[in-house]
Design a protein around this ligand. Structure first.
Ligand code: NAP
Length: 319
């Protein structure tokens, strides 16, 4: 069983930034890449809102650059997904891919969240070619186009309202007669003249010409009738799922499964375990906010480990 002072789980902007800061603090972190090395940004094309890139940067390129920067300072990357942990005592135990075991004095969890998909025909095939789960990332590409937003929560209202800055028409498609979204978000969407609503329908198939999206096939729950809603883009906004299944029973999670952190820090309910990025942030979910929280987690971990070293030293002196 290998031991490290610090293990980092996850390699989105939060994990990479934590790795850069921790490596520069000589903590020699071992970083497990997760099932998608580089995280959600490796699924996008151009990133136009990450500061420092006035001409934009391709998502995978940005993540590769972050990884190189961390490696330059001594972070060690290993493939693998954390499948189990034992946080009941230190050193913490981390199981990777159900078979390899590692121990660490401190742990940073940056395993991110995954956008939920509808799981219908045509959907995953057209991601990046008209199907998106992020209006902030991809809305700009739909200037003067017609788009559909699927969902009935705050995210759907927010994404639809945001998309009216670019799109000529936004249709919110929801499976029930009532929205789950808060009143204020609903009112904002309802009072926007560019937004229309198609209620009580199940999404059945994303339609395309092979290259780009042409619409969404839906079935009316009341009549059973199949309809085609023509559109150039389909935004799926049915919620995100934090990647925390392996932490259940070990750390405090909220009702949805996001890691609960203390105040303005990255500290979790277990001393020595820190969380950053989308796995603890259901609100902002941006690459830049994730990177910022990764920095905080590394600094918190460094401080914790320094405190441990001082404690061990005083125990030795007093022995
Ligand atoms: P959410 O509240 O869980 O809503 C998900 C929506 O998607 C629901 O309307 C649900 O329909 C629908 N849905 C789920 N699975 C579906 C499926 N398979 N097919 C079709 N529709 C499906 O998720 P969210 O909107 O992402 O919000 C998550 C949390 O973040 C909430 O607490 C929200 O308040 C918060 N948030 C806040 C803001 C803000 O305040 N600015 C913005 C965004 C999100 P049903 O209603 O029928 O279940």
């Amino acid at each position: 069983m290998e031991h490290r002072r610090l293990i980092i789980l996850g390699t989105g902007p939060a994990g990479y930034t934590a790795a850069i800061y921790a490596a520069r603090a000589n903590l020699e972190p071992m970083v497990f890449e997760g099932d998608q090395a580089g995280g959600q940004l490796t699924m996008t094309t151009e990133v136009e809102n990450f500061p420092g890139f006035p001409d934009g940067v391709m998502g995978p390129e940005l993540m590769e650059a972050m990884k190189k920067q961390a490696e330059k300072f001594g972070a060690e990357f290993r493939p693998g997904v954390a499948t189990d942990v034992d946080l009941s005592q230190r050193p913490f135990k981390v199981v990777i891919d159900k078979e390899r075991e590692y121990t660490a004095d401190a742990l940073i969890v940056a395993t991110g969240a995954s956008a939920k998909l509808l799981g219908i025909e045509g959907e995953s095939e057209m991601i990046g070619r008209g199907v998106s789960t992020c209006a902030t990332c991809d809305g700009f590409f739909f200037r003067n186009k017609r788009v559909i937003v699927v969902g009935g929560g705050d995210s759907a209202m927010e994404e639809a309202t945001f998309l009216t800055k670019f799109a000529s028409e936004v249709t919110i498609v929801h499976r029930r007669e009532e929205f789950r979204a808060s009143k204020i978000m609903q009112e904002r969407a309802k009072s926007n003249p560019k937004i229309r609503f198609v209620m009580n329908v199940q999404s059945k198939r994303v339609l395309s010409d092979g290259n780009k999206v042409t619409g969404l096939e839906v079935v009316d729950n009341r009549t059973g009738e199949t309809k085609v809603l023509e559109a150039d883009g389909v935004f799926v906004a049915i919620g995100h799922k934090p990647n925390t299944d392996f932490l259940r029973g070990q750390l405090e999670l909220d009702d949805i499964g996001y890691i609960v952190t203390k105040g303005n820090t990255s500290e979790t309910s277990v001393e020595g375990v820190f969380a950053c990025g989308d796995v603890m942030d259901s609100r902002y979910r941006q690459a830049i906010t994730a990177a910022g929280s990764g920095c905080k987690a590394a600094m918190d971990a460094e401080k914790f480990l320094e405190g441990q070293a001082a404690h061990d030293w005083s125990v030795t002196l007093n022995a």
